[in-house]
Design a protein around this ligand. Structure first.
Ligand SMILES: [Cu+2]
Length: 121
């Protein structure tokens, strides 16, 4: 195998990883119930984009299945909220975003990335 070929594969893999972690934007899921369950596993929050209504409290229940310490915290930087996520134990966070916009939530290294998409009622 030529070195060029190996390099091309390597670059493609790096590009894919970068895209996956930083640029992929799954479709927003509209909040339909009182509590929204978010699974933390394999590098992604599921659902990763959640549509909510401005000024209305939203209960988010995180369930961490990833033993990697990378996943042990969830931070809502713009809302000043941080929470520990013990493995396999649901943690509920209530947030009330007042202004429409996009509010990111991440792990402390920002490998896990999700967003609250806040709209006017
Ligand atoms: Cu992390």
């Amino acid at each position: 195998m030529s070195l060029w070929f190996v390099n091309a594969i390597g670059l493609a893999a790096i590009g894919l990883i970068v895209w996956w972690f930083w640029f992929s934007k799954p479709k927003a899921q509209r909040a339909t119930s009182d509590v929204i369950d978010i699974v933390v596993d394999a590098g992604v929050y599921t659902p990763g984009r959640i549509e909510v209504v401005a000024g209305k409290p939203v209960r988010l229940r995180f369930l961490r299945k990833d033993a990697n310490p990378c996943a042990e915290k969830v931070l809502f930087d713009d809302l000043g909220i941080a929470a520990d996520l013990p493995l396999g134990q649901p943690v509920e966070i209530t947030v009330t975003p007042k202004q429409p916009g996009e509010y990111a939530f991440t792990c402390q290294m920002q490998m896990y990335r999700g967003a609250l998409v806040v709209r006017n009622a």
